[in-house]
Design a protein around this ligand. Structure first.
Ligand code: FE2
Length: 215
């Protein structure tokens, strides 16, 4: 059995940018819902795993495990997404991370513009990510439940390393922004992004757990 990581802030901590109603619905209903479905599916099969990311990697591309893959990826993505935000976050990050962004995107403003554009061009549900691709930072977007570390072809585990993500499913913003996805992503970058978490990911430091441990 897997359990959800605790949310590290109150439901209303990200207001007015994300309402307590959205956070409750997103964490308590959607995230918990993906986990409940995953645990139910795992109860019926013999599947060896250590973390939810193990499940994602081992089920990717296997037609008979589509439900396991989708729900495990959503459990993992949401655990990661919660860490990507904090009250009083956003804006331009501290010097080392800012320098890396400026080096690879030209300027912080160019990165911000490209991130928002990528988010608005993603058709339907998915995520927009800041990732580490080799030695460089890059922006990527994925469809539905896919995380960036799952490449499009086998062996399905050679993709980008995630550093920051913003959830683009309508359940993430519709109550607060209706169809204003760009406004939501701008608020995410300007007011909520947890750059300390991004810097820690980039440094290979795991100061905040992103994995969902097995009980
Ligand atoms: Fe979500």
């Amino acid at each position: 059995m897997l359990k959800l990581p605790e949310l590290r802030y109150d439901y209303d901590a990200l207001e007015p940018h994300i309402s307590a109603r959205t956070m409750h619905c997103h964490y308590h209903d959607h995230h918990q819902g993906y986990l409940d479905k995953l645990n139910k599916l795992l109860a019926d099969i013999d599947f060896d795993y250590r973390t939810v990311e193990d499940i994602v990697r081992k089920s990717a591309g296997r037609d008979e495990l589509t439900g396991v893959y989708n729900n495990a990826a959503q459990v993992s993505n949401h655990a990661f997404f919660w860490n990507c935000m904090k009250a009083g976050g956003g804006g331009v990050p501290a010097s080392e991370l800012r320098k890396s962004i400026e080096h690879d995107f030209g300027s912080f403003e160019a990165f911000r513009k490209a991130f928002v554009e990528r988010a608005t061009k993603r058709f339907g549900s998915g995520y927009v990510w800041l990732v580490k691709r080799g030695e460089k930072l890059a922006i990527g977007d994925t469809a539905n439940a896919d995380p960036p570390y799952i490449a499009g072809d086998p062996p399905y585990a050679s993709g980008d390393d995630p550093l920051l993500c913003c959830d683009l499913w309508e359940h993430a913003y519709y109550l607060d922004y209706q169809n204003g996805r760009a406004e939501f992503v701008e608020a995410f970058l300007d007011k909520l992004a947890n750059w300390d978490f991004v810097a820690a990911q980039l440094a290979g430091d795991t100061v905040q757990p992103q994995l969902v441990a097995a009980e």
